[in-house]
Design a protein around this ligand. Structure first.
Ligand code: 2P0
Length: 345
């Protein structure tokens, strides 16, 4: 902070979250209000994360943003929503005193330590980090998941660590569509998350347009939102609190599968899984069957990359079965193709 120059700067980082009960479909595109609640696991800060530096100064002429070193368009409506909402909260908070740099403009630099838009929840970590950094630089505290949600739906869940639910809410203004922690990560220290990078390419159909087409055309999605997810949310929260891995794993895999089924039920259909993804699915089921209990679960988002959930005690064995570890910076496609990943007998 440099008061003379009116210059303030903060750097924050936010991790990616992986949904085990998936968000897919909006009832309000502008406010980003979902058609169903969802639940996720926030990864550890030193895994997949976004780091954002926000500088705010009177000497800046306009708001500007750089993503991974490249300047991007600040007029993007979702970016503008976040800037507007954080400034509004700052005005409310400082109405009685120091305007805390409200006449200032922002320069924002954001970097991911993993491939952007490859279906690895880059927008979740990105918008969570943006909103948190803006709030910090303006001295705003309190409930911020409502603001992060307006950047990207899944971003509201990255505002908290551990196990997080995003309640869909009932209100038209979205004030009750917020994220809350269900249990801290310390509730289940043995849980492990492995990300298998099958492809680091940008996805063909973005989540926003994919889910829009699903809402318009898929009757399975409507059934899922109304009849399946409410019960699954309750079961999942119970499983997390009890550390019941078998139930957690089964619900996680079924929910991932139903999400991809709604993509296939979308017209025209959207394909996110590829042959490698399907081989991983088979491997996990064969492995669990071979063990006589559910030790490993998979989950896939809007891309072919696999997220594996298991417990500490089974991690080493599953690595061995899978053949090797797939670090996020490698090209998993080449890596995986050469592996005997269906070699469980
Ligand atoms: C999720 N996904 O719950 C689900 C599962 C992808 C599959 O949230 O339009 O990038 O920005 O609200 O949050 C991806 O959707 O979409 C997503 P927007 P978002 O994690």
């Amino acid at each position: 902070e440099d008061k003379a120059l009116g210059f303030n700067m903060v750097t924050c980082s936010a991790p990616v979250n992986i949904a085990v009960i998936k968000y897919w479909g909006k009832r309000d595109e502008e406010l980003i209000l979902p058609i169903n609640s969802s639940l996720s696991v926030t990864l550890h800060q030193d895994q997949l994360r976004t780091t954002t530096t926000v500088a705010c100064s009177r000497s800046f002429e306009e708001d500007r943003i750089w993503l991974n070193g490249r300047e991007e368009d600040i007029t993007l409506p979702r970016l503008q929503s976040c800037l507007r909402e954080v400034r509004r909260l700052a005005r409310k908070r400082h109405s009685d005193g120091d305007p805390a740099g409200l006449s200032h403009k922002f320069h924002i630099c954001s970097v991911n330590n993993f491939p952007t838009a490859a279906g690895l929840a880059s927008s979740a970590a990105g918008y969570a980090c943006l909103v948190y950094s803006l709030a910090r630089v303006l001295g705003v505290e309190g409930e911020l998941s409502v603001v992060a949600r307006q950047g990207s739906g899944s971003a509201c869940r990255s505002m908290y660590g551990g196990f997080v639910q995003w309640t869909m809410g009932q209100r038209e203004d979205g004030k009750d569509s917020i994220a809350q922690q269900v249990a801290p990560e310390t509730n289940w220290p043995e849980l492990r998350v492995l990300v298998l990078v099958v492809s680091a390419e940008r996805k063909l159909v973005g989540s926003t347009s994919g889910m829009q087409t699903s809402v318009e055309t898929s009757s399975l999605l409507k059934h899922r939102a109304e009849c399946v997810v409410p019960g699954r949310m309750e079961q999942m929260i119970r499983a997390v609190k009890k550390r019941d891995f078998a139930t957690f794993a089964e619900l996680t895999m079924k929910d991932s599968n139903q999400f991809h089924a709604t993509c296939l039920d979308t017209y025209p259909p959207v394909f996110y899984l590829n042959d490698v993804s399907r081989r991983i699915i088979n491997l996990v089921h064969r492995y669990n069957r071979h063990c006589g209990e559910t030790r490993v679960a998979y989950s896939f988002d809007a891309g072919p990359n696999a997220v594996i959930f298991t417990l500490q005690e089974h991690t080493a064995e599953f690595f061995q079965v899978g053949g090797t570890f797939f670090p996020p910076e490698t090209n998993g496609e080449q890596f995986l193709k050469g592996l005997p990943i269906t070699g469980v007998t």
